[in-house]
Each structure stands twice: as C-alpha cells, then as structure tokens.
Design a protein around this ligand. Structure first.
Ligand code: ADP
Ligand code: MG
Length: 476
C-alpha cells in the first residue's frame, strides 16, 4: 500500500483476524453504531456501522483543497437557491419528464407565489469527491455531487477517528496513528442548527428532525441531537405521517407538531420518491415549506442540489455569473468539476449521446435521483440511451465523465461479512454548514469530513445502501 499500511501487515492473516476483532469492539465502544436490519426501529439490538479495518491514504494537498473550497460551495448553493430564473431555466427540460423533480418544483413555485415566510435559511450539506488518477500519477480532486438534502454520516464520522487510531496502535503503527485527523462534523452541524434556532427567536420552540420510517441509521442523527441538547435546545423526531396527523400552522404560519412549536425542520427524509408514501406526505412537506420554521434545506436549496443543476453549473460562464469579480473563487470551484454534459434536445445533446455510445466506459449516466444505486454504467448506458435518445425522456438524465481513483487494498468490516482483502475505491466528503438571514450570511463554515470506501467491484452505492463503509483519511 503506497505510503499507507505496509504489505507485511496487510497479508498477515492471523494479525488481521485479531485486529478485526479488536476493531469491532472498539467501534462499539466508541459508538460507531447502527441498528440491525432485522430490528431497524429498535435499539435493543445494535451492531457496528460498517467500516474499513485500516484508514486509506489520501494525498494531503487534495484533502486541503477540498476543505478550502467548501465555504465557496456553501455560498454557491445558497446563491443558486435565491436565483429563481436560474433554477427555472436549469430545470425546465428536466421537469418536463421527471415527475419527482417536477413535483418539488411546483412546491418551489407555490412558495415563491405566496412569498417566503422565513428569511433565515439553514444549509447543512456535503460535497463529495473522488481523486481522479491521471497518467502522470497525480491525483486531482473531482466532485461527484453535492448533497444539499439529508447529507448523512456527520455523526458517525465524528466517532471513527479514535477507532482507527486504536487499530493502528494495536498493529504497532504508532506513527500512522498520529496522522489520523480529528474530525467532528456533528458539533459543527449542530452549531449551525443552533444558530438558526436562535434566530428564529423562541425559547420554547424545538428543532424537529424529519425522519425516515425505517431508522437504521438513527445514531448518526442522535449525535447531532445530543449536541443540540447540550446547548439546551430541545429536539423531536417526527415522520411525514406524524406531521400530517398532528401538524398545523397558526395565523402567523408558525408550525406546531404534536403541540410543540417548531423553530427548525431538519429533513433527514424526503429525497426519494419512495419517501412520500402517500399524498399526505406531500401535504406535510408543503405545510412545512409554507411555515415560518427554518427549513434545512428549504425547497429551493433542495432543487439547487439536483444533478441537472450541477451539469448546468459546468457550462462556460455560469459560475462567473454567481461570483462576478471573483475569478479566484470561480477558479477554485471549477478546478473540482468533472466533465458534465447535457442531454437536452438539440445538437449539443445529440453530441453527448454520440459520445456516450462511442465510449460508454468513460462515462456515468445519471438520473435525477439520490441515495445510491441509481446511476448507469458501461454497456447499460448504451441500452438506456438507445431507448430514449430520440425523445425528451433523455432529458431526465445527465452524462458525466467517469472518475478513476487508484484502487487501494483494505479489509471491509461488516456484520456477517467475510474477512477478505478487497481492492477498494474511496470517496471523500466535506461537510458545509451555513446560516443566512435575509441578505446576510451569519455563519459559513467547513465543519469536517467523511471518507467512505467500497470494493471496486461496485460502481455505485453508499453506506446506507450497504455498499460503502466508513473510513478515515491517512494523509500522505
Ligand atoms: P447519489 O445521489 O445516488 O449518491 P452520486 O452521484 O453520489 O449519486 O453517485 C453514487 C455513487 O456512484 C458515488 O458514491 C460513486 O461511488 C459513484 N459515482 C458517481 N458519479 C461517478 C463518477 N463520475 N465517476 C465514478 N463514480 C461515480
Ligand atoms: Mg452520492
């Protein structure tokens, strides 16, 4: 392993077995927890969240680059969310064919028509990257996507550094152990949420986590809740159904759920069509959007995180419009863009189709979906494009250059999984947090990182999807 864990450790099977046992105990001790698949809504039975036995090497320069650009990404997302014309133009072709995005867009339009009732916006996002390996062995930071909605693992990633430090020490690697960085996104995310709560301005009001029906990953959220409680801010956890049944707006559009006034709605559910199990879920979403509560994210920030918007941002001149007179900011953001291509009807989209069909292995075809497992790779790109290329259905997708990170060997520890060495690829996430009040950014921070690693056999899928596992960067 290049400048990471030496081969004599990686291939020592009895040591690996011993380390894996120690690692699982340490993960449980440190609270790197997940509920089990069998009992996802009870904490009577818990297990460790899947993680790598060893931290994975990440070049220091690109790591620092990812941290440095984060506050600019926060600003960018926030500016997009306020630019009605931009969102309208960027998503025009998408909403013709993608029902889910169209539905979100209709809520956005309704809110604009009524006028936004709350001038405070809370943004908690995560920008994800892979390190593209070029021929000259330099790795360059390329953004996979930015998650403006329910970006997860800020809680658990606050607990993983101590686990990897411990494993490395038990393996006799004291020097590497000191190179594992401190990381605590939970504190930073909670700090921003607390600021939004404070600006809302009611001691009695609570921060409501809008949660999933199936809550395996509850501990990740509990860390943020705990940080809020430490600040004497009450939190509640509610589902769409709870909001529908017990929620209401008063004449000032204050949101009450189960008798409690809600200062901040923090959405951890609602990014997939399946999350809206009935029309009532949509009614609940609309009620929250219309309310005086601070939304994280609000509907327009949700739309700013779509893959179509990401593709439009990569067009020449678009970033410049968001950062007039700030060429160095534009340059820093653009340096992280991979090639992104439109599939809109017309000659440019036709060119994209031809390019993808000619070399499908060099691209990823992406629909407007979140949560892992939706992207299309390799020969399947041809199958899908052949079916849609002559009609507007193709505009539901964007095309992206495939990023090729260098595989690194590691062991992925997951409950009941075999202890085998795998070729792995990593994805670096950086957490951003901001609060805006009217025109003024009152908080804009980079609050930590997340490294996720998966076996290179899988082209797609995150930790929640059961593909990737938690990791830590070992800076080299
Ligand atoms: P989702 O919203 O489903 O998380 P992503 O765009 O993050 O969608 O893609 C899911 C996964 O697919 C990523 O975590 C990454 O492993 C893989 N992936 C996405 N885009 C690319 C790309 N351009 N090159 C290589 N892998 C990619
Ligand atoms: Mg993703």
């Amino acid at each position: 392993m290049a400048q990471g864990i030496p081969d004599e450790v990686m291939t020592n099977t009895s040591l690996i077995k011993e380390l894996a046992d120690v690692a699982k105990d340490e993960a449980l001790l440190q609270g790197v927890l997940m509920r089990t698949q069998e009992t996802p809504n009870s904490s009577e039975l818990v297990t460790y969240a899947p993680f790598t036995l060893f931290p994975s090497p990440v070049p220091k320069a690109v790591f620092l680059q990812a941290l440095a650009v984060q506050t600019y990404y926060n600003t960018l997302v926030d500016k997009i969310s306020q630019d009605t014309d931009f969102l309208q133009n960027a998503l025009a072709s998408t909403i013709e064919v993608d029902d889910f995005t169209a539905r979100l867009f209709r809520i956005h339009q309704q809110i604009l028509k009524e006028g936004k009732s709350q001038s405070v916006v809370l943004g908690l996002n995560r920008s994800d990257y892979m390190l593209d390996q070029s021929k000259d062995k330099m790795s360059s930071l390329k953004q996979i996507e930015i998650n403006t909605f329910a970006a997860s693992f800020g809680g658990l990633s606050s607990r993983t550094p101590d686990v990897h430090r411990h494993i490395l020490k038990v393996a006799g690697r004291f020097e590497e152990s000191q190179r594992i960085l401190d990381n605590n996104p939970a504190i930073g995310l909670a700090r921003a949420a607390a600021k939004a709560w404070e600006l809302y301005g009611s001691e009695r009001a609570v921060v409501m986590f809008l949660v999933e029906d199936v809550q395996r990953n509850i501990f990740d959220q509990r860390y943020i809740e705990s940080e809020l409680w430490k600040k004497n801010i009450s939190t509640i956890r509610k589902r769409f159904d709870d909001v529908y049944k017990t929620g209401s707006l008063d004449q000032n559009k204050r949101l009450f759920v189960d008798g409690k006034e809600v200062a901040v709605v923090y959405f951890r559910n609602g990014y997939m069509p399946q999350n809206y199990i009935s029309e009532q879920s949509w009614d609940a979403r609309l009620m929250m959007e219309r309310s005086l509560a601070v939304k994280c994210p609000d509907i327009s920030t949700h739309l700013a995180g779509t893959k179509k918007v990401q593709q439009v941002l990569a067009r020449p001149g678009v970033l410049e419009n968001f950062f007039p007179g700030q060429p160095q900011v534009v340059e820093q953001i653009r340096a992280t863009f991979a090639g992104l291509y439109t599939l809109d009807m017309g000659p440019e989209g036709d060119k994209t189709v031809a390019m993808a069909l000619a070399a499908p292995d060099q691209f990823v075809l992406k629909p407007q979906r979140e949560g892992g497992g939706n992207n299309i790779y390799g020969s399947e790109i041809c199958q899908v494009l052949e079916g849609v290329k002559d009609n507007t259905e193709r505009t539901a997708y964007i095309l992206m250059d495939k990023i090729n990170p260098t595989p690194v060997q590691n062991y992925l520890l997951r409950r009941d999984g075999p202890l085998t060495i795998s070729n792995c690829l990593s994805e670096l996430g950086v957490f951003g947090a901001y609060v805006r009040q009217g025109k003024e950014m009152v908080l804009n921070e980079c609050v930590g990182h997340l490294l996720r690693t998966k076996s290179s056999e899988h082209s797609d899928g995150g930790v929640a999807a059961g593909v990737a596992v938690l990791d830590n960067p070992l800076l080299i």
